[in-house]
Structures are given as C-alpha cells and as structure tokens.
Design a protein around this ligand. Structure first.
Ligand code: FES
Ligand SMILES: [Fe+2]
Length: 445
C-alpha cells in the first residue's frame, strides 16, 4: 500500500468503528468502548457460577421433595426437621436411586427405592428400613457412618429459594468457599423496597438455550416488533417509531441500561439491569419510585433447556378483594403467557441456528442499540471460558432424559396453563355477569 492507500484504509476503519459504537442514538457510555486491543471483556466480578434463584418458597412442599436440575446436575430441595431448607444431590447413597417419587416425612428425606431416610445433616438415620428383615447386614453402624448426602448451600429470602451453585456438592456445608455475595442479587441492595409491592408470578420452561433467553430479555428492540400487540403500552407498537437515548453503565455487580425518549418531554421509557449470573430487573425511574418492577430469573436446567421465573411487582392494585373481582391475576398471567409464547417462537429457531454453529461463524452483526447485548456476551464468553459450567456434569446423547422430562413444564404444559387461565377468565366473567342478572330476575318475579 502506498501512503494514500494507508490513509484511506485508516479512514474507512475509523468510520466503521464509530458506526458500530454510536448507534442511532447518542449513547452516553460511562465506560466508553475501548479499542479491540485493550477492550475489557468482562467488568462484572461474578461469573456463571454463584447464587441462582431456583423457585418460590411456596413451591417447597412439606411432604414432597422438589426436584430440578442445574447445568445438568439433578438436585433436590426439601425442608428438614428444623425447617431449614436443604439442597442435596439427587442421589441416594444406598444404590443410587433418584429421590423423584420419594417423600419428606417428619423433615427426613425418604428414598422411594428401599425407604432409606436422611436427616438434616445428610446422614442416614433409618438403615433398618433399607434391608429386608431376612437379610441383615451385621455391620449397619459402620455402614451408616460411611454414607452421606451431598449438599449445596441454599437460602430463602424474599419468597425466593436461592442456591449457591459451584458444581461441586459437599457433605459438609462449612467446607464451601462462597465467592459470590448473595446481597448483590437482592433488590433492596439497589434501592428497591419490595415490602411496598404486591406481585404476580409465573414459571415458564423453554426448550432452548439459557443464554439466548437472557439475551432476549435484555433486548428492547424486539419489544416493538414481537410483543407490539401484546404489551399494553401505546409506545410499544410495530407501527409507531420511537427513538431513545441509551445510557449504559457497567459496574462490578451489574450492567444497567437506561432508555430515555429522545423527546425529552416524555422522560424515560425503561431501565434494564442485569445481575449475573441469571437475574434481570426491568423498571422505570428511580428504584425508590418505581411503580412496577419485573424480575426475571433464568435457570440453566440442562443444555438447551431453561426455566424462567417471572415476578411482576406493583405498587398499584394492592387490594385483594378488588384484584380478585377484576380478575387482575388471571389477566396479567394471560399477558405473561402470550409474551413468552411469542418469544419462544423466535428463541427455538435461534437456538437451532446456534446449535448448528451458524451464529458463532460471524454470521451475525450487532447494531449500536445492541450494546447491552454485546456487553452481556462479552461477560458470558469470558465466564464460560473461566468457569466452563457445562463441563462440570457433562452428558451425551445416550444419557436418558428422566430428569428433564419429568421437570420440563414447557412444552407442552405451559400452553395448557395458558388455556386453563383463559377458561378461568371466561368462567369468572360469566359468573360475574349471570349472578346480578339472576338477582334482578328474582326481584322482578
Ligand atoms: S437406593 Fe435409596 S434406599 Fe436403596
Ligand atoms: Fe420478549
């Protein structure tokens, strides 16, 4: 290249870089995108291992173990004798059965195969029930001292069950080194006062890639196109073009993006907060003043199988009688199910393209507005290289799918739930209309 060609080459590259970082809106990124050579690939402290919200406290049944998987590893939640929550590996140390179909009796986990019972410390407490009366092992005590359940640390906070997942269950909980502070996942750490809110919740399972679902929930672009007819906001519409200024901050414990209307008189559109590894918080305005907060927790059940817990907290419609009468809960669930069905349509095809390696082959290019998504992938890829969670409990195509099949709610259960919910709305509307008509009819007669 001669000097003119080199100058032209540099100019074109500079223009390219500026086009990909500025986007359509004036992006005020406190961290500024740096050049490729010194670009920080992960400013978040926590990686893919750490505290995950797994389910609601109300899902833990007194008599029945709650089974689930995370990164392919089958686990069980139950409440022990002292009402402490326990999360143990789903493996009976007698002959390796699962606790699926087992029971919790008097705070002891009971294996469905031979009835072994496990106490809160994980030791076997009822060995006499393992063996039939006519086969007596003369060395029970010795046997009992050698078998244990393997556990993870778990906590119940704000109606959620969290586990500290590092892929290595231990017999003794005090042997864990907890590298991730659970407070970094809690809303009150960010200025929200959850005690002022009521919430509705749905749980949705997807047969697709966990990381892609998070990407979807960080993405505001698709709201207008995919959910334009579903989300009850006039600005969220396929046909209305609205532009925003985007402001992103990356800190040790969160990435947050604020979207403000370019038309300053309209103020703010939305804020999205990513709290790794699996929580997203969506709200508007300052945390102390937010009228609603949507909290989405993403659980990587297995490869291309993920669960999402959605809670929609609100400061309005808090009166139970009124919300019951107006079918507020059912109507809100109806929106949730519809939104997730719309997303699922996209996510499963995107998952296929990802599985085929098409997305990795540099076949996709992000826009300036996708900066939140870009930062998320920077974090994800760096954490995946460091923590490689899918290599901790690998399975192959020959591994049977008993845990996934028994645990997966979607498909087909969620469309069924959606239909049940719609039926319940119709039934309740009919009751509310027919009763007054009946009363008037009786009075007239
Ligand atoms: S395998 Fe659990 S009691 Fe035998
Ligand atoms: Fe969506």
């Amino acid at each position: 290249m001669n000097e003119d060609e080199i100058a032209q080459f540099n100019k074109v590259n500079l223009e390219r870089e500026s086009a990909t970082t500025s986007g359509i809106s004036s992006i005020n990124d406190k961290n500024k995108l740096s050049t490729k050579a010194n670009k920080p690939d992960n400013q978040l402290k926590n990686g893919l291992l750490g505290w995950y919200a797994i389910c609601s406290s109300k899902d833990i049944n007194k008599n029945k173990p709650y089974t689930f998987t995370i990164y392919n590893e089958p686990l069980v939640l139950y409440k022990d004798k002292e009402s402490n929550l326990r999360c143990v590996k789903d493996l009976c140390p007698h002959r390796g059965a699962s606790f699926i179909g087992g029971e919790v009796i008097d705070g002891e986990l009971v294996c469905p195969y031979h009835g072994a019972r496990y106490s809160s410390t994980g030791e076997c407490t009822n060995l006499s029930r393992i063996t039939c009366n006519h086969i007596v092992d003369s060395n029970y005590d010795n046997y009992a001292s050698k078998i244990h359940l393997y556990q993870y640390i778990c906590k119940e906070i704000g109606g959620y069950v969290y586990i500290y997942y590092n892929g290595k269950a231990k017999t003794n909980l005090s042997d864990f080194e907890v590298a991730d502070n659970i407070n970094n996942r809690l809303l009150n750490n960010y200025g929200f006062d959850i005690s002022n809110y009521k919430y509705e919740e749905v749980v949705v399972d997807f047969k697709c890639d966990w990381a892609r679902i998070i990407e979807n929930h960080l993405d505001i672009l698709h709201l207008f196109w995919v959910h334009g007819d579903t989300i009850p906001d006039n600005d969220v519409n396929r046909d209305i073009i609205t532009s925003f200024n985007q402001e992103i901050t990356r800190e040790e414990n969160q990435i947050e993006s604020k979207y403000k209307y370019k038309d300053k008189s309209k103020g703010e559109f939305i804020r999205i907060k990513f709290l790794p590894p699996g929580r997203i918080v969506i709200y508007k305005g300052e945390p102390e003043e937010a009228r609603y907060i949507q909290v989405l927790d993403h659980i990587p059940l297995a490869k291309n199988k993920a669960r999402v817990i959605v809670r929609h907290y609100r400061k309005f419609m808090k009166n139970k009688l009124l919300t019951d009468l107006l079918l507020f809960r059912q109507l809100q669930h109806r929106v949730f199910y519809k939104v997730f069905s719309e997303d699922y349509m996209i996510l499963r095809t995107q998952t296929y393209n990802n599985q085929m390696g098409y997305i990795e082959k540099d076949n996709v290019k992000l826009l300036g507005e996708d900066k939140m998504v870009q930062y998320y992938w920077d974090w994800f890829k760096s954490s995946d290289r460091k923590d490689h969670p899918w290599e901790l409990h690998p399975k192959d195509s020959n591994t049977n799918t008993v845990h996934e099949d028994s645990a997966m709610l979607y498909p087909p259960a969620n469309p069924t739930l959606e239909k049940q919910n719609n039926k319940s709305i119709l039934l309740n509307v009919a009751i509310r209309v027919l009763i007054p008509i009946g009363v008037v009819f009786l009075i007239i007669l």
